[in-house]
Every structure is written in structure tokens, then in C-alpha cells.
Design a binder for this molecule. Structure first.
Ligand SMILES: [Zn+2]
Length: 505
């Protein structure tokens, strides 16, 4: 039995999702016969597909349909609706909470189907020995969208922090897909295997610092806290003050230096972005600092900025507009994939928490919660700070917690390199009599089987009964979901402050 996912309609958004997850997949034509032993599940989201050889399902296969494809193939009515999408409180999808979308969803009306999540409009059905799920999202419209807006983030209090981030909850759409795939494979009593999101199995902590014209003293004080806890951070530096570059950043040991800006702005055209980054790069060169990474002021991103970053051959960049709380990916824009690996982070900084009147205790609790939740899913933990915001006792407590848990600590560039290597791995996995056979050795893998999970190193042959599975931990239920969408007069104030900060000064 081959553990490969077949996909009919491999669009850029599907490619992004499948590569983020690290799933073994192959493009297929769903009108041709498909052997259930050749694909553990298939995805059908192909606008051109009008037929499907349903023997694959009848003989025990598993299918994830987009509602558009399902309606077209089975000649059912499809209702396109613009609506708020919130997962049901008690479904398997409940931890997703609200999914922010820009487009409409496609709702199928078919009396014979079972509703798995009313809020998300996810349906399921059976055909012969096989099972299928239907998902309502137009993934290309959502995942490839690059617009942004202010979003509030959940915390255990009334006044919530906010930031200008991607309009679409892209990570949640990806998680919807993988949740469905793991259910479908579970029904077939097959394991769901993907490349791990991070090296190892005990969590990965990455600390980003945007220096924002801070004083030398503020940067030195933050460096001391990093050194006290042996945290190697990634410092994205401002470059106007060359003295600070040569006296401070050029001499930092065991820390990564990346470029933040010359002028603290992102422009909407190529030449202004080029000039700004070119000046910054020249100043770095004069101080003998080489950089691989970039993080844009305000987490802004646009295609002209991307072109400049490609011109300067950056390995990666990290912003809030392409996505947040998500896995790395290559942005698809102007009908092609960017060469720059995008590394999303958790976008709420201590500055935003302070602006929303968090006490220091609440700030520490906020980050400890982020760390715990991401660790439950073996996702990378990426947070960031500005030296001029100080709050060093909060950072000290967060680092202390990171080390208490024994999390691995990478710089962003180390993670980018690890991720690029992960992307190159071509894996073939087969499954026979409880034994996995793989073509790759010593790679970080994750296996989900019967609602239990195990992170392991790949080997040519693995007896499943010898792997140590643990039950999948449930995430905390999303609190106060409605508060995150409730207007508050401060939202207008924050938007004004943000507009003022981004003006061409
Ligand atoms: Zn900045």
C-alpha cells in the first residue's frame, strides 16, 4: 500500500499547503481509473474535472472534494455565499475558531450528506466502501491573497492586542485540510505521515529582534539577556547609524544579523524600495556584516519589495502581510513563486501588548500560552521584540521558560536552511502489515495514527508497534471569539497611529 496523496487540480495554493505540510503527493487525472492501493487519499479540486472514476471510492478509497468539484462531478446545486466562518464549538475542527476569508464559500445541498461542522460547512459522505469529505473554500482566492487589515488576537482578558496582518487565516485553512486528510486516513486505518515542521521533537524557539533605531544601550541590554539564557536571536538592524553597526552589531557573537531598513519604511514601488535596501546593504558591507535575511518595517510586504529582495538574493524574509502563525512558504505572486522563503511569525509584540494595557504578568502569561499551544503541535515558536520597548524582565521570564522546557533554539537563517533542505526531500512511503518502508534515512517525520502522534527519525523500515505514540493534545478552546471581531474606539486610534508611522517621512 502506497502512502501517497493524489491530487487533481494542483493549483499554486494546493502546492503551498502540501509543501508546508510536507506531504508525499502526486498530481493525477481523476477521470482515469485510480487504484485505492496506490493513493491513501485523493484531493479533487479541479475546475476542469467533470467526471471521476468513482470505483476508487467504491473499492475503499478516500477523497477530499472541494465543494465546487463535488457539485460539478455529481451534478449538484452549489450556493456561493459570503459569510462569517466559525467552527462549531464541539466538532473536531473547534480549535480553529474563526477562519477569516476574503472570498465566498461554496455550499453544496445534498440530503444524503452528513454535516461534520455546520459553521465551517464541512460535509461528509460514503460511497461503497469508501469515504469522502467536502470542503467549501476557494483556496486559490484565499491562500494567494496578499491583502492585510488590523486583526485582534485572543487573550484571556477583555482588551485584546491587535496588529495589521494578513486578511486571510491561511494557517487555519491548511489545518482544515490536514485535519480532514488525517480523518480520511484514519477511516482507512492508514497512518498519516508528513515531514516534521521543526527539527527534533521537543519544540523550537526562534527570537526575532527589529532594532528600529534603538539606542546602543538598549540593544546591549537586550543582548545581555540573550547571552544570560544562551539565546541566539536574529537581529534585523536599522542601518542609518554606521557607528552602531561597526561598534555593536558587527561584534555580536552567536547572534544572527539581518537587514531591517535604512529608512524605516516600505514603499509601493521598485525604485524607492531598491534605493532604501541598497543603501542599507552598502552600510552593512562597510561594517563587514553579511546578511541572509530581511524583515520589513511594520511587517509590510508588496510585490515590488519582493522583486528587490530577489535582486539582492536574500534567502528569506519575515513579514506579517503574507501570513502569520504559519509555516514557511514561497509566496506566489505575478504568476510565479518568489525565490525568497517567507517565514511567518506570531505578530503580536510586547509593544502591542503594552499598548493594550497588559501588565507584565499578563505579558508573560500571553507568551507562555503561545509557547505551550505551538509546542502541542510541534510547530515553530517565533516571537519578536524591539530593544527600545525594554521590558527586559518579561523577556528574561520568557527565555527562562524556554530553557526550562529545554526547547531547541535556532536563528531564523538556520531554520530557513533547515526548511530548504526539508523541501528538497522526495519521499516514498509504503505500508504493509504494520510496517513502514521509506526511501529516506534520518529525516524528521511526524506520524498520526488513530488520534495519536509520534515524531520520529525516518529509517528504511519501521515497525509501527515500536514507535512511541502519544495522544494528540487538544488546544485550549478559543476564548472570547466574538471580542476579536468587536469594534472598539481604540481600533481607530491604532489605525491612525499606524498610518502616521508609515507616512513617507
Ligand atoms: Zn521596525
Amino acid at each position: 500500500m502506497d502512502l501517497k496523496i493524489g491530487i487533481a487540480g494542483l493549483s499554486p495554493s494546493w502546492k503551498i499547503i502540501l509543501e508546508q505540510e510536507g506531504i508525499s503527493y502526486r498530481e493525477i487525472d481523476c477521470s482515469l481509473p485510480i487504484d485505492p492501493d496506490e493513493f491513501s487519499a485523493i484531493i479533487i479540486d479541479d475546475i476542469n474535472a467533470t467526471t471521476f472514476d468513482s470505483n476508487y471510492l467504491k473499492n475503499g478509497g478516500a477523497v477530499l472534494f472541494s465543494s465546487k468539484s463535488y457539485a460539478k462531478i455529481f451534478n449538484k446545486k452549489l450556493y456561493m455565499k459570503k459569510k462569517k466562518v466559525v467552527a462549531d464549538a464541539n466538532s473536531i475542527f473547534s480549535e480553529l475558531g474563526i477562519i477569516d476569508l476574503v472570498g465566498r464559500i461554496g455550499i453544496v445541498r445534498d440530503e444524503e450528506l452528513k454535516c461534520e461542522d455546520k459553521g465551517l460547512n464541512i460535509l461528509s459522505g460514503k460511497l461503497g466502501k469508501g469515504s469522502f469529505y467536502i470542503m467549501p473554500f476557494d483556496l486559490d482566492k484565499e491562500i494567494l491573497n496578499l491583502s492585510s487589515c488590523r486583526r485582534k488576537f485572543i487573550a484571556n482578558r477583555n482588551e485584546l492586542p491587535s496588529e495589521v496582518v494578513a486578511k486571510v487565516s491561511k494557517a487555519k485553512l491548511r489545518k482544515t485540510v490536514t485535519t480532514i486528510l488525517s480523518i480520511l486516513l484514519d477511516i482507512r486505518k492508514l497512518p498519516f505521515i508528513h515531514k516534521s515542521y521543526i527539527p527534533g521533537n521537543n519544540g523550537l524557539f526562534i527570537f526575532r529582534i527589529d532594532t528600529d533605531n534603538c539606542s546602543k544601550e538598549d540593544a546591549e541590554n537586550l543582548l545581555k539577556v540573550c547571552e544570560k539564557h544562551s539565546i541566539r536571536a536574529s537581529w534585523f538592524v536599522d542601518t542609518m547609524n554606521e557607528q552602531k553597526l561597526s561598534d555593536l552589531y558587527a561584534n555580536m557573537k552567536d547572534q544572527e544579523i539581518g537587514l531591517h531598513c535604512f529608512r524605516h519604511l516600505v514603499f509601493d514601488n521598485y525604485s524607492a524600495n531598491f534605493e532604501n535596501i541598497d543603501t542599507g546593504m552598502k552600510n552593512l558591507q562597510r561594517s563587514n556584516i553579511t546578511v541572509k535575511g530581511f524583515a520589513a518595517p511594520f511587517g509590510s510586504w508588496n510585490t515590488s519589495l519582493n522583486e528587490v529582495l530577489e535582486k539582492f538574493d536574500f534567502t528569506y524574509s519575515s513579514e506579517f502581510v503574507p501570513s502569520y502563525d504559519d509555516l514557511p512558504f514561497y509566496i506566489y505572486t505575478n504568476n510565479q513563486y518568489s525565490n525568497i522563503l517567507q517565514i511567518p511569525i506570531h505578530p503580536i509584540s510586547l509593544g502591542r501588548l503594552r499598548r493594550s494595557h497588559f501588565t507584565k504578568e499578563e505579558m508573560i502569561e500571553y507568551y507562555i500560552n503561545i509557547i505551550n499551544e505551538k509546542r502541542k503541535r510541534n510547530e515553530p515558536i517565533l516571537i519578536y521584540h524591539h530593544p527600545h520597548h525594554k521590558l527586559l524582565d518579561v523577556i528574561d521570564a520568557v527565555f527562562g521558560y524556554v530553557n526550562k522546557l529545554g526547547l531547541a533554539n535556532y536563528t531564523m537563517n538556520e531554520y530557513a536552511e533547515w526548511w530548504q533542505k526539508r523541501n528538497q526531500i522526495k519521499m516514498d512511503i509504503s505500508f504493509e502489515e504494520n510496517e513502514l518502508r521509506m526511501n529516506i534515512d534520518d529525516e524528521d517525520m511526524t506520524i498520526i495514527n488513530n488520534k495519536k502522534v509520534c515524531n520520529f527519525k525516518s529509517r528504511k523500515r519501521i515497525d509501527l508497534s515500536k514507535l512511541e505514540f502519544v495522544p494528540i493534545k487538544s488546544l485550549s478552546k478559543p476564548l472570547n471569539i466574538n471580542l476579536t471581531r468587536k469594534y472598539h474606539w481604540r481600533d481607530t486610534l491604532y489605525d491612525y497611529e499606524s498610518w502616521k508611522g508609515r507616512r513617507n517621512r
